[in-house]
Design a protein around this ligand. Structure first.
Ligand code: TMP
Length: 235
């Protein structure tokens, strides 16, 4: 496996081509942004933690029947993944009210839902990732009806696994964001990352925030929270 030219640089990761046309290498950065890049900073050690946590969780999810882009962890920060075309939707699953849900509907954080919710945002920085329903996504040809159904099925499967997995480690899975991609044959697989950047994790006992909200809201001890989550996973 040979690393070739950089194809893309996002806010938290870089993507490189390889000598294999079906494989990419992703490289995780310590850079952190919030509010569509308005707030910038670094979280020391984040790249390594998010890389290793994502890979560990994706391997567990594969065992649960969720196909992912994961291939092989190369180093602390770098991972080989299958080449996909990202479906430009942020898929957000919620178990407990928080963040933009609480703001939009004017409710406090911490309301435990009877059933998980799902929503989509159009992945488009210029537009600020606007909320979008499935009909809009189909109308704009971002995904087919069948792909949306598959994405919903996989997202809820991820939630069922991750929620129980975290609960066993005294962590409440509040909400999270997933991204899916298409392999060259059209198969939908889980892509991007699953990390404290993309999930809300609350300690089940103290309700202490163990995720990127510590950075977004200037709560302090950001690095400690990421490290604590790795410890909870036994990593
Ligand atoms: P929200 O409450 O701000 O909509 O966030 C819901 C979840 O999605 C939360 O776990 C954080 C995650 N998220 C991202 O991963 N990327 C983003 O750009 C945003 C806004 C949220």
């Amino acid at each position: 496996m040979e690393k070739r030219e950089q194809l893309y640089e996002g806010k938290a990761k870089k993507v490189f081509a390889t000598d294999d046309p079906n494989l990419y290498i992703v490289s995780y950065k310590d850079d952190a942004t919030a509010f569509n890049g308005l707030k910038k900073g670094t979280i020391a050690g984040k790249g390594s933690i998010n890389n290793r946590m994502t890979n560990f969780l994706m391997q567990q999810l594969e065992k649960e029947g969720v196909p992912t882009h994961f291939v092989e962890e190369l180093s602390d920060r770098e991972t080989v993944v299958k080449k996909v075309k990202i479906v430009p939707l942020e898929v957000i699953v919620r178990n407990i009210s928080a963040g933009s849900f609480s703001k939009r509907y004017g409710v406090e954080e911490g309301i435990v839902f009877d059933e998980p919710t799902i929503e989509f945002s159009y992945k488009n920085d210029e537009l600020g990732d606007p909320l979008m329903n499935a009909y809009h996504a189909i109308a704009l040809k971002l995904a087919t009806r069948e792909e949306i159904e598959r994405i919903k099925e996989l997202a809820f499967k991820v939630n069922a696994f991750l929620k129980a997995f975290m609960k066993a480690r005294n962590v409440d899975l509040v909400d999270f964001k997933l991204e899916f991609g298409r392999l060259s044959d059209g198969t939908i697989v889980l892509a991007d990352e699953i990390s404290p950047d993309t999930c809300r994790f609350w300690d089940s006992t103290t309700h202490e925030k163990l995720d990127k909200d510590r950075f977004r809201r200037d709560l302090g001890n950001v690095e400690d929270a990421y490290q604590e989550m790795m410890k909870r996973l036994g990593r």
